[in-house]
Structure formats: structure tokens, C-alpha cells
Design a protein around this ligand. Structure first.
Ligand SMILES: Nc1nc2c(ncn2[C@@H]2O[C@H](COP(=O)(O)OP(=O)(O)O)[C@@H](O)[C@H]2O)c(=O)[nH]1
Ligand SMILES: [Mg+2]
Length: 297
């Protein structure tokens, strides 16, 4: 007879629908934010499958030269333009313009399964977390293992994750994934600054260091459907190192009451603070020029 149950035994089944009501009965609105640049061959199924979960579907385009914006507008998304500086800039434009209570970020290249969206947003709705990160270390990745470039990314990201865990007393497994959900007011209070994909680690480190509650759920990363990643390790490694060391060791969170941070599971994070800085109190980043739906460029 077995007396120790397997670890997964007590885990709830993955949700397939979102219960859009908080424990105190408030309706929650979800803004799905999709950064994209030249994803005309990939974005259609991503938007179609993500739309049912979205109260607001925001596509932030990096001045694509293909038909990305036309497709997004056709599918009913609100199309914004970033400032041409990178994915971090695009996410900040999305954060500034979103009207939802929860912001869900998903890539447009087909790497993320929109059916994981309920698992990412539900812990926030249930008030068990402020930030939920999809973890490729828990869910697996088809993208991180094929080339030297990808190996360096994986190795570097693991070093960064380890250092966050070691210095902050948390147990994260992935600090770089673009698939995540965050409470809108928390995202705004973090005053994100990154222009490039360092925005993911900036968001994670600032969340943890500010005392907000973060947890992870397993999400699988697929190989992008078509085309090639915009990410070039050789071009950005220095900015990753700089951002990592700065936000982890030099940056100081704005003063707010102390809170316990956990990363293991939503269940363990019950005593975290709910206080946040006032949203919308800082200057909105990015041009965020909105493309009229009918005349998408
Ligand atoms: N708006 C915008 N989106 C971008 C930019 N660079 C990358 N993206 C999008 O960000 C997501 C992740 O980019 P990708 O090139 O696949 O990088 P990787 O997944 O980190 O290898 C995709 O949806 C891209 O289209 C940019 O400069 N602006
Ligand atoms: Mg990708």
C-alpha cells in the first residue's frame, strides 16, 4: 500500500473555462495583449483561439511590413503601434492602453497555446496571486534546445532564475517566458522601462522585490509556426546582464507595506499584500498610435 501520494495528486485539474468573478463578487475583465512584428503567417489562429477569453484584444504591432495589422483588424482586435524600439516597448504600450483588470500577454508566433489562458488568469481572479508566469521548465519547450543560440538562452535564463530564487527566497523555474498574466494595477505600479525582451525578467524581478505574489503554471512552448525569431543572443546579451544585475541588486521598489512573496503555489500565498501603487499615476509610455479598424495599414 502507498502512504505517500504523488505530488500531482492534490493539484486541481487544469481549468478550461474562466470563472470571471472574484471571491467578493466583482466581475473581472481580461485584456489579452499580443506583441507582433511581421507575424502575418502566424497571428490568425492565435487571435482566433485567444479571443474567447478576451474582453479586450489588443495587438501591438512593431511596424510590420506584411499584412499582420490587416489580419488583426479583420479579426476585431484593437491595433496599436509600438515606438519601433522592441518587444518591451510593445508590451509597455499595451499596458498603458489596456482597460482590463488582468493583462494576459501572449506571443503572436504560435509558440503559446491560448488554451493555457484560463490556467494563467484564474489564480489572479481567485486572489491567490498578482502575477502568474507560464513556465517552460514545467511545461516543456520545443524551442530552447536545438541550436547553440537557444542553448545560450536557456543557460543564461537559468542562471538569472537561480539568482532570483537564491537572493529573494522564491522558487521560480522560468523568468523569461513571454506568456504571463498580471493584475493591471500591479503591472502599472512596476513602472516598466525595458524596450526589448528584458521586459520579462524586469517584470518578474520587480514583482518579487515589490512584495507582490507571483506563481507559475506549466505552459508548453511550441516552435514558432512560421518564420524566425527576432531574438539574437549576440545582440542583446549585454542588455540582459545589465537589466538582471540592475533590477535584482540596485533598483529599489517604491515604499509600500511589507508583504510575503511566494512562488510555489497559489495556495501558499494567502498572506501577501493587496496594496498597490495607484495605477495610471505615471506618464504613459509609447506612442500607442491606434490604427482605425477599418483602415489598418
Ligand atoms: N510589437 C512588437 N512585437 C515584437 C517585436 N519583436 C518581437 N515581437 C513579437 O514578440 C513575440 C516574440 O518574439 P520572437 O521573435 O518570437 O522571439 P522569441 O520568442 O523570444 O524567440 C512575437 O509575437 C513577435 O512578433 C517588436 O519589436 N515589436
Ligand atoms: Mg517566439
Amino acid at each position: 500500500m502507498t502512504d505517500i501520494l504523488p505530488n500531482w495528486y492534490t493539484q486541481p485539474a487544469r481549468p478550461t473555462v474562466i470563472t470571471r468573478q472574484t471571491p467578493d463578487g466583482r466581475e473581472v475583465r481580461i485584456s489579452v495583449i499580443v506583441p507582433c512584428r511581421n507575424e502575418g503567417r502566424n497571428i490568425r489562429p492565435v487571435l482566433e483561439w485567444a479571443a474567447p477569453y478576451a474582453d479586450e484584444l489588443l495587438v501591438v504591432d512593431g511596424h510590420s511590413s506584411d499584412d499582420t495589422r490587416t489580419i488583426a483588424a479583420e479579426l476585431g482586435a484593437t491595433v496599436l503601434l509600438d515606438n519601433g524600439k522592441g518587444k518591451g516597448d510593445a508590451l509597455r504600450v499595451g499596458i498603458a492602453h489596456a482597460s482590463g483588470d488582468i493583462l494576459l500577454f501572449i506571443d503572436a508566433d504560435g509558440s503559446h497555446d491560448p488554451r493555457d489562458i484560463p490556467a494563467l488568469v484564474q489564480p489572479i481572479i481567485d486572489d491567490d496571486a498578482d502575477h502568474v508566469s507560464g513556465s517552460r521548465m514545467l511545461g516543456g519547450s520545443d524551442e530552447l534546445h536545438a541550436t547553440i543560440n537557444q542553448f545560450i538562452r536557456l543557460f543564461g535564463s537559468q542562471v538569472i532564475t537561480l539568482s532570483i530564487n537564491y537572493t529573494q527566497g522564491v522558487r521560480l523555474t522560468d523568468s523569461q517566458n513571454g506568456f504571463r498574466a498580471i493584475r493591471a494595477e500591479v503591472a502599472r505600479s512596476l513602472a516598466l522601462e525595458s524596450e526589448i525582451p528584458t521586459i520579462e525578467q524586469e517584470m518578474v524581478i520587480k514583482t518579487v522585490r515589490s512584495g507582490y505574489r507571483i506563481c507559475e503554471v506549466a505552459t508548453h512552448e511550441y516552435v514558432r509556426s512560421n518564420g524566425e525569431s527576432n531574438f539574437r543572443v549576440l545582440d542583446v546579451w549585454f542588455q540582459f546582464v545589465k537589466s538582471w544585475l540592475y533590477y535584482l541588486f540596485i533598483w529599489r521598489p517604491p515604499t509600500r507595506s511589507a508583504a510575503r512573496v511566494t512562488s510555489d503555489s497559489p495556495e501558499q500565498s494567502g498572506s501577501a499584500a493587496k496594496e498597490t501603487n495607484s495605477p495610471g499615476s505615471r506618464k504613459l509610455p509609447g506612442s500607442g498610435e491606434q490604427i482605425p479598424k477599418a483602415s489598418s495599414r
